[in-house]
Design a binder for this molecule. Structure first.
Ligand SMILES: [Zn+2]
Ligand SMILES: [Zn+2]
Length: 130
C-alpha cells in the first residue's frame, strides 16, 4: 500500500491503482450519473449547457468523454481532439480513422499466423475498388 495525495482534492489516501481518493471516486460516480441522465434526455446539449444544468465541472465531463464512459451524439462542436491527428471527436482519445490505423499497425507488427488472410482481404478490397 502506498500513501498518495489525491490528484483532485489533495487528501492523502492509500491506494495502489487510482489517481484520486475514494471520496472523489464516489463523487465522480454521482457526477457521472447526473451527466449521463441529463445527456440521455438532452442529447444535443453542448458541454457548457450540460455543465450548467448538472453543476458538474466541465473538466469532469470531458474526462468522462475521454474515458469513453459518456458519448455525445449529434453534437455540433465535438469537445475533444484526436490525440493523433487533432481532428475534433466526441468521445475517446482518437478519431475512427486513427483508431483503425492504430489497430492495423498493432496487428501487422505483432507476429501472427493471421497475416496471410489479412493480405488476401486487402487484395480483394483493392481489386473491388479499381
Ligand atoms: Zn480526493
Ligand atoms: Zn485522428
Amino acid at each position: 500500500m502506498f500513501l498518495k495525495n489525491c490528484e483532485r482534492c489533495g487528501k492523502a489516501y492509500t491506494s495502489s491503482s487510482s489517481r484520486i481518493c475514494p471520496d472523489c471516486i464516489d463523487q465522480d460516480e454521482v457526477d457521472f450519473r447526473k451527466v449521463r441522465d441529463f445527456v440521455k434526455g438532452n442529447p444535443k446539449m453542448s458541454i457548457d449547457d450540460i455543465s450548467e444544468a448538472t453543476e458538474v465541472d466541465k473538466a469532469r465531463i470531458l474526462d468522462f468523454l475521454k474515458m469513453g464512459r459518456l458519448e455525445l451524439v449529434d453534437i455540433t462542436n465535438p469537445p475533444l481532439e484526436c490525440e493523433r491527428c487533432g481532428k475534433p471527436i466526441s468521445m475517446g482519445q482518437y478519431c475512427n480513422i486513427c483508431k483503425q490505423d492504430i489497430a492495423d499497425t498493432f496487428r501487422s507488427s505483432s507476429p501472427s499466423s493471421e497475416t496471410p488472410s489479412m493480405k488476401k482481404k486487402s487484395f480483394k478490397e483493392r481489386y473491388r475498388g479499381e
